[in-house]
Design a protein around this ligand. Structure first.
Ligand SMILES: Cc1ncc(COP(=O)(O)O)c(C=O)c1O
Length: 397
C-alpha cells in the first residue's frame, strides 16, 4: 500500500529506544533512561505563565504561516545581538519545532541528487531528512583522531560539484563538543573557495554551553558567509519547551520565504499559544537558564568523574548540550553472559536487558564503537545509572 519513499523511512531510533525503555518500565522494571534528548526540568515559569495567559486572552486562532510578528521581532533581536549582525523580522520564519524547520529548509533547496555534507557523528534525523528531500547525504566521518569535528581537510575532500549544503551543529548532538572560533574560521576559509555551498547552522544547543553564554558561531568569525547561511534554532532545549514545538530559522530571504510557503501548504504554523510563550522565554528566560545551566554543569562534572572511574571507559568533556559520548571499544569483541558483544548496539541491548539502563548506540549517529548517554536527569539517578553501567562492564570477560 505505501509508497517507495515510505518504505525507506526509518522511525527515529532515539524515540524507538525510549519506547522500549518505557515498555520495560510498564512491566515493572526500574528502568533508567539515558536515551532521551530533552531537559528533565520543567518549562520555564515565564513561558508557562505566558502560554496560559495567551490562551485566556483568546490567542488561540491561526497566525501567519511564518509566525506572529512579535515573536519574529524577538527572534531577530536576540539573534542580531548573538551574532553581531542585523536581522529583520522578515528574515525569520517560525515553525513547529526545530525538526520541521530543518526538514523544510532542506526541502526548499535540494534538487534530486544534490549532496548535503553531514559530519558524523551527526544528529540522527539529518540523513533521513536529506533523503526525503531527494538529496544525497554525504557523510563526512570525523572520528576520535579529529576530536569528532569537521576539519578543513575533511571538508575540502567532501565537497563535489554536487554539494549544495553543509550542515554544522555546535554544540553537537551526540558529542556535546563545540567548535572553537579558530576551528570555525578554518572551515570558513575552505568555504570561501566554494561560493555555491550553502550552510545550515543548527544552533539548537548554542545557549546550553558551559564556557560562555553562547557557543562560538561561524558567522562570528566569517560574517561574509551570511548571504548563504541559514541560522536555525528553537525553544525546545534552551527553555525546556520540547512539547511546545517552536523552532525558527533566519537567513537569506529567498530561502526563508520558500520555507514559509512550504509551511503554509503543510503544517500551517507553530501553535499560537506556544509562539506567545516563546516570546517571554526569549525575553525573560535568562535567569532560569542560568540556574538550569549551573545544574547541568554540576551533573556533567560529576558524571565525567564517575564515567572515567569505570575501567576501560574513555570519554571527552562535553562543551555543551547534555550528552556524553563514551568510547566503548574496549568492551567489544568480548563476552557477556555467554554472548559476544560485537558492536555498541550489542553493548546497549545487553545493558538495557540486564541492568535496565537505556543508552543509544553510536551507529545511530553514524559512528560505531560509542554510545550516547544523556545527563539531563537528576544527579542521584544519573549516579545510580552509572553505577549500574560499572557493574555491567565488570561482568564483561
Ligand atoms: C541537533 C538537533 N537539532 C534539532 C533538534 C530539533 O529539536 P526540536 O524539533 O524539538 O526543536 C534536535 C532535537 O533533538 C537536535 O538534537
Amino acid at each position: 500500500m505505501i509508497s517507495e519513499r515510505a518504505k525507506s523511512l526509518k522511525p527515529s531510533p532515539t524515540l524507538a529506544l525510549a519506547a522500549k525503555a518505557k515498555e520495560l518500565a510498564a512491566l515493572g522494571h526500574d528502568v533508567i533512561s539515558l536515551s532521551v534528548g530533552e531537559p528533565d526540568w520543567d518549562t520555564f515559569e515565564c513561558a508557562k505563565r505566558a502560554g496560559i495567559e495567551a490562551i485566556q486572552k483568546g490567542f488561540s486562532k491561526y497566525t501567519p504561516a511564518n509566525g506572529i510578528v512579535e515573536l519574529r521581532k524577538a527572534i531577530a533581536a536576540q539573534t542580531s545581538k548573538d551574532l553581531g549582525l542585523n536581522f529583520t523580522p522578515d528574515e525569520v520564519t517560525v515553525s513547529t519545532g526545530g525538526k520541521f524547520v530543518i526538514f523544510s529548509a532542506l526541502q526548499m533547496v535540494l534538487d534530486p541528487g544534490d549532496e548535503v555534507i553531514i559530519p558524523a557523528p551527526y544528529w540522527v534525523s539529518y540523513p533521513v531528512m536529506v533523503e526525503l528531500a531527494g538529496g544525497k547525504a554525504k557523510i563526512a566521518v570525523c572520528d576520535e583522531t579529529v576530536n569528532f569535528k569537521l576539519t578543513p581537510e575533511i571538508l575540502r575532500n567532501s565537497i563535489t560539484p554536487k554539494t549544495k549544503v553543509l550542515i554544522l551543529n555546535s554544540p553537537s548532538n551526540p558529542t556535546g563538543l563545540a567548535y572553537t572560533r579558530e576551528e570555525l574560521a578554518a572551515l570558513a576559509k575552505v568555504l570561501t573557495d566554494f561560493p555555491k555551498v550553502l550552510i545550515l547552522s543548527d544552533d539548537i544547543y548554542n545557549r546550553l554551553f558551559f564556557a560562555a553564554p553562547l557557543a562560538p558561531h561561524i558567522l562570528h568569525v566569517a560574517p561574509e558567509l551570511r548571504p548563504r547561511t541559514l541560522v536555525m534554532n528553537g525553544a525546545s532545549k534552551t527553555y525546556a519547551m520540547t512539547g511546545w514545538r517552536v523552532g525558527w530559522a533566519l537567513g537569506p530571504l529567498e530561502w526563508v520565504k520558500a520555507m514559509s510557503n512550504y509551511q503554509s501548504q503543510s503544517v500551517s504554523q507553530a501553535a499560537t499559544m506556544s509562539q506567545w510563550a516563546t516570546i517571554r522565554a526569549i525575553e525573560d528566560g535568562a535567569s532560569e537558564l542560568r540556574t538550569s545551566l549551573g545544574e547541568l554543569k554540576t551533573r556533567r562534572d560529576r558524571g565525567l568523574e564517575m564515567l572515567r572511574a569505570i575501567p576501560g571507559m574513555s570519554v571527552s568533556t562535553p562543551d555543551g548540550a547534555f550528552y556524553f559520548w563514551p568510547n566503548v571499544r574496549a568492551f567489544l569483541g568480548r563476552q557477556f553472559q555467554g554472548a559476544t558483544l560485537n558492536t555498541a548496539s550489542d553493548f546497549s541491548n545487553a545493558l538495557l536487558n540486564t541492568q535496565k539502563v537505556a543508552v543509544v548506540p553510536g551507529i545511530e549517529f553514524g559512528l560505531e564503537g560509542y554510545v550516547r548517554l544523556s545527563f539531563a536527569l537528576k544527579e542521584q539517578r544519573m549516579a545510580q545509572a552509572f553505577e549500574r553501567i560499572r557493574l555491567f562492564v565488570s561482568q564483561i570477560t
